[in-house]
Design a protein around this ligand. Structure first.
Ligand code: CDP
Ligand code: CDP
Length: 223
């Protein structure tokens, strides 16, 4: 077919989904949507309005959300990490965000990354990748990403703190009733502990191009 592909990238926190998806989208000239930002933006707006995501539904905020809200620069703080995972348990919030994701991707194709893209949002995605790494490797990545250095005297302790928060969030995301984090049966799993971001990209690009070719999905930048 001539229509642009939809590529699903799922996995646990700090596995490298966003980094990979952004670069995949650039290489394939597709739009990219980091769907974690949807839950982060709802969480941020709730926090700023003094609403507790543990006891209040973010449904009305989710219904009013626009793509412009995802450009906020205050969405990657530890308080938002935890609040986003609480917000994401709420089925009414998730339902409110489904159409936005589908409309975005169906327009020109897309690479979407999140937790439930291959299972719930696009169960018929053209390619599904599941990006993962050990909790420790992911904690080191998030520590460095947030400005931590290898020679900091409290490095190991700070990585441990990040690791505990990641494990807790992955557990909450994997055990919730609504759209839990789970690898789709037909996803391709990529273990990235020993791979740098360039290697994950090269490996993923090979998989994506092979799949699209096998499925006869032709679009200008597929080669
Ligand atoms: O970047 P990181 O992996 O740390 O988190 P994120 O992808 O920005 O997602 C933040 C939170 O949003 C996750 O912990 C999930 O609770 C939720 N989320 C979700 O439920 N479904 C998605 N498709 C994406 C994120
Ligand atoms: O989106 P997600 O939370 O899954 O992870 P990310 O924010 O894309 O990546 C977390 C950090 O890991 C970034 O600073 C990346 O540069 C780094 N990283 C990676 O993405 N892939 C690797 N194979 C190794 C490191």
């Amino acid at each position: 077919t001539g229509s642009a592909p939809i590529i699903a990238v799922d996995g646990p926190a700090a596995a490298g989904k966003g980094t990979l998806s952004k670069r995949l989208a650039e290489a394939l000239r597709l739009p990219h949507l980091d769907t974690g930002l949807l839950y982060r933006a709802v969480a941020r707006l709730m926090i700023n309005a003094g609403l507790d995501p543990a006891s209040t539904s973010g449904e009305s905020i989710a219904r009013a959300l626009s793509l412009a809200d995802l450009k906020r620069t205050d969405l990657r703080t530890p308080d938002v990490d935890a609040a986003a995972s609480l917000v994401a348990r709420d089925n009414a919030v998730r339902q409110a965000l489904v159409d936005m994701q589908r409309i975005f991707a169906r327009k020109n194709g897309a690479v979407l990354d999140g937790r439930d893209i291959g299972t719930v949002i696009f169960p018929d995605a053209d390619v599904k990748l599941f990006i993962t790494a050990s909790p420790y490797a992911r904690a080191v990545r998030r520590y460095i990403q947030n400005g931590g250095t290898d020679d900091a005297p409290d490095r190991d302790q700070r990585i441990r703190t990040v690791e505990i928060a990641l494990i807790e969030r992955d557990h909450a995301d994997s055990t919730r009733a609504s759209a839990p984090l789970r690898m789709a049966d037909d996803a391709i799993r990529i273990e990235t502990d020993a791979l740098c971001a360039d290697e994950v990209l090269a490996h993923s690009l090979r998989i994506v191009r092979d799949r699209l070719k096998a499925k006869n999905v032709n679009f200008p930048s597929a080669n």
